[in-house]
Structure formats: C-alpha cells, structure tokens
Write a protein that binds this ligand. Structure first.
Ligand code: ADP
Ligand code: GN1
Ligand code: MG
Length: 364
C-alpha cells in the first residue's frame, strides 16, 4: 500500500486519497483502484503496473493506447455517444509522460474509473452476453478506418496459432524444464493432433481471403465494463493488444470465455460445454455491429474461430505450465494445467457441436 501510494503521487489526481486497493481479475497486469475525495465529491482512478515480462516495449504500447483512445473519442462523439463514459480516459503523469517508470524499473499508468460501472467474470444471461457482443462489434466498427500501419505490434504473432504451436508449444514440450510433460501427455497429444487447425486462418490470410482489420484481440467478458444499473455495456477496456488482426479472433475469443458453461478454470471438466444459446446471442450482437463489412470467408469461419481461439488458449496455458508458470498469473501450483484441461475439454465439446454452431451462424 505504501509503495503504491508513493507511485500515484506522480499522477495529477484531484482531491485527497481515501483508499487504494488491488482490483479486478486480469491475468496479466496488476490493477489498483484509488478513491479520492474533494469537497464531498468522490473520484476513482485505476492504476496499473504494466507487466513488462509480457509487454516488452512500454513506449510503443502506450503510444498505441493513447492513439486508439483519442481516435475512439472522436468516433463516439460523431455518433452521438458520451466519450467520457464510452472510452478509457488515460491520465498523464505530472511530468507529462504517458506512464511513470519507478526506480525499480516497474511501469505504471492511470486512467479514470468509469462511474457506476462494473465488470463481470461470468455470463449470467444471454442478454448481457449479447450486449458485450454489441460493444466489441462496435469497437471494431469504429476502428475500421484507423490507420492500422501506425499501430505497433505489442505482442508479435499474438494469434498466429501455428507460430505459437511451432515456436512456443513444441519447444516447451521438448525442453520440459519442470519435468511436467509426462503428467500432461494426454493434453499434449490432443494439441498435436490438431496441428492442421492451427494453420487454417493464417493460410487464408496468405491467400488473401481474410482481410486484416484493427482488432482488440483479447475480448474476454471482463474486458468490457457494464452499467451497474442498466447492465448495458459501456466501454471496452484492456487495450494493450489492439493490433492488426482478424475479426474472427475477436469473435472466437469472446465465445471461448463467455459461452463456456463454467469458468475458464473450473476443475471438473464434465461441467465444461459450449452453451449454444449464449453462442447465438453473442453472434447476434457482434454481427449486428461489425458484420456488415464481413466477407463470405469471414462468415464461413466464425464457428471455427471459436474452436481455434479455445484451442490456442488451451495450448498457451499448457505451454506456460510446461515452462513453469512464467506468463499468466496463477493462484495455485496447477492452475495453468487446470485451465488447459478446461479449454481442451471445451474444444472437444465444440467439435461435437460444430454443425449446430454453423447452423446458428447461417440462420443469423
Ligand atoms: P489485464 O491485462 O490484467 O487483464 P485489465 O486492463 O483488463 O488488465 O484490468 C484488469 C481487470 O480490472 C479487468 O478485467 C476488470 O475486471 C477490472 N477493471 C479495469 N478497469 C476497470 C474499470 N474502469 N471499471 C471496472 N473494472 C475495471
Ligand atoms: C489474458 O489480460 P487478460 O486477463 O484480459 C491474455 C489473453 C488470454 C486470457 C485468458 C495479453 O487476458 O490473451 O486469452 O488471459 N492476455 C494477454 O484468460 O496475454
Ligand atoms: Mg483484461
């Protein structure tokens, strides 16, 4: 607490600090919420220690985030929305920098907490999931004429699944740094058996059949915030991975997280399945905003993208487990293995329901 208090003195927050605590449930950054009061008025700010193990170039990362948020503000204004509520408002340091670098080398940034907002770690109705689909679809639509070439690639090959397979997953199996590969034999074989799936979208990009767009790339339900009272989706957050990508990555990753009948780290894999009602609701919301510009190849691969993003995420959790848990935050020793088993069980269930998923897309 003392440390973070010293850190936030480097930002120009208004009023007196009354509380500062750890906040949220992301797997990458360390997030705090600070409450300030001034003449009876309460203001809240989010402060984040950026994970510099994951994001190697913070200057580029913050340039992206500032460029995207100022572009979005204009688009939201032009469409009659409220830019203060519908996009993140980052706050520069007292010295005018986009982030604060502490003596330890740790990097911190800050933004306004959106009043009367909440984030959700699980879907409790088709309606709320559809609203998150509208928010992510609109986010993509608004960024459709953002100059993609000016964006830095904050994590190269982020959704290049075959690249991850060959350059991260297979080496992790081979090196077996923590002697965990025997324990994960079934999961390793499961991923290897699906190698062909890993290259499908990349091949379609190379053939010129899938267009590169500016995408969010990390469309988990808890990367949207909702209005506390109306449950309307207000604002897309966690902009660290906004990069050139495929619309399919954003669609698939949302389904992976939100249409699972249980949490991404539920240990009992017999509870894991794709909820087709939620799948349909999200597809309806997302396509209502972003779908107009989709080509046939994008539409034909929507259902597949849900499976691919789930396979990729399962493979990433498994890779991290094999490497000794150096990437994702974990709460207990086998957390990454539990997550991997869960995601791979979801892939299996999606494979058995692929016809139904494709039918749902056709009917929308
Ligand atoms: P990470 O990269 O670690 O996922 P995020 O930017 O997603 O970092 O923030 C972590 C979590 O903090 C989010 O998933 C969300 O639960 C919460 N959070 C962040 N900003 C807000 C906000 N303005 N309002 C509500 N919750 C927020
Ligand atoms: C991470 O940062 P967060 O928790 O929103 C990860 C995503 C994974 C997700 C799995 C930058 O998302 O790619 O899909 O965990 N983000 C990064 O839950 O690697
Ligand atoms: Mg997040």
């Amino acid at each position: 607490m003392e440390d973070i208090k010293r850190i936030i003195e480097n930002f120009n927050f208004k009023g007196n600090l009354t509380e500062c605590k750890v906040f949220g449930s992301g797997h990458i950054n360390t997030t705090y919420i600070a409450t300030y009061t001034e003449e009876g008025k309460i203001r809240k700010y989010i402060i984040q220690k950026v994970n510099t193990n994951v994001f190697k170039n913070i200057d580029e990362l913050m340039d992206n985030v500032f460029a995207v948020t100022s572009f979005l503000r204009e688009r939201i204004k032009a469409n009659g929305g409220d830019p203060n509520r519908e996009t993140l408002h980052y706050i520069k340091t007292i010295d005018g920098n986009k982030y604060y670098k502490a003596e330890s080398g740790d990097c911190y940034r800050a933004y306004r907490f959106v009043d009367n907002s909440k984030s959700c770690d699980s879907v409790d109705s088709a309606e709320i999931f559809e609203k998150s689909g509208i928010a992510f679809g609109r986010f993509q639509k608004y960024l459709s004429d953002f100059p993609a070439k000016t964006l830095y690639e904050t994590i190269p090959n982020f959704h290049n699944t075959i690249w991850r397979f060959e350059n991260e997953f297979l080496p992790a199996v081979k090196n077996d740094l923590k002697n965990r590969a025997d324990e994960c034999k079934e999961e390793i074989d499961f991923v290897i058996a699906r190698k062909n799936d890993c290259s499908r979208l990349v091949d379609l990009i190379e053939k010129g059949e899938l267009p590169i767009r500016v995408t969010h790339n990390d469309t988990k339900l808890n990367n949207v915030i909702f209005d506390e009272e109306t449950n309307d989706a207000i604002c897309v957050i966690d902009l660290d991975t906004v990069m050139p990508g495929l619309a399919l990555y954003d669609f698939g990753d949302s389904i992976r997280f939100g249409a699972n009948t249980c949490a991404e780290d539920e240990e009992d894999t017999s509870k894991v399945a794709i909820n087709l009602e939620y799948f349909k609701a999200y597809a309806r919301g997302f396509l209502s905003e972003a779908g107009e510009s989709f080509n046939q190849c994008e539409i034909d691969n929507l259902a597949f993208s849900a499976k691919l993003m789930t396979l990729e995420c399962g493979m990433r959790f498994l890779t991290d487990y094999l490497n000794g848990d150096t990437y994702f935050k974990t709460s207990y020793p086998k957390h990454n293995l539990v997550r991997a088993k869960n995601q791979l069980a979801l892939v299996k269930d999606m494979e058995s329901k692929m016809d139904k998923m494709e039918n749902i897309i056709r009917n929308i």
